[in-house]
Design a protein around this ligand. Sequence first.
Ligand code: PXP
Length: 251
Amino acid sequence: MREKLRLGVNIDHVATIRNARGGEHPDPIRAARMAAEAGADGITAHLREDRRHISDDDISRLSEQIRLPLNLEMAATEEMLAIALRHRPHAACIVPEKREELTTEGGLDAHGGENHLRRYVDELVQAGIRVSLFIDADPRQLQAARRLGAPVVELHTGRYAEADGASREAELLRLQEGAAVAEALGLECHAGHGLSYDNVGPVAAIPTVVELNIGHFLVGEAIFGGLDSSIKRMRALMDKARAEATGSRSA
Ligand code: PXP
């Protein structure tokens, strides 16, 4: 499986800034439109239980107004399942969610939570939604994703992004091995969390990873240079790393 590396732009933190004042500005749907023009391949948004950033109305407007595939990040709850089935996004990424965490701090426990997750994966798949599970690059979690029938996994890159030196190398190796296990199991492999200009290259170079989902860094950089520029630069870094890794300029 060797495909073009897609960039999914996560617009959650445009909504975070909007919500700081409770008004309508800046509008994440405008950010999604700009992302499309800048070369994003998809839009990702996480509707959290506490609605701290993306709102229900944002999901409605993204579904109606944005042509790019929407990847809805959601916890495995009845409420989120109903919302996903109502809007039928292109993809749904099931993530673990704790109210008190600052962000999604670790991967979903697909292995330990298999019984709970089964119905959510089944219903989403039956609705024609491409389901991914946001998991750590751990063979047990990957095997559980396979047993659950999720066609896609997204490897959590948070620990890699936070590590440095030898431990970063070890985390990178874990991601590379996880991507190889995913391919052997027939799972499409995505990756994301904490990626930036400085650390995206080695992850983009993993040839079987077909999509990166990136948000916080892009929105943060947009403050200094604009969203268009941050997305284009990220896209260029991803493409360069992939082309160097595969020895092809057209990757
Ligand atoms: N992928 C998933 C499943 C996530 O939950 C997040 C964070 O919402 C991201 C990617 C993007 O992470 P970041 O905002 O750190 O780029």
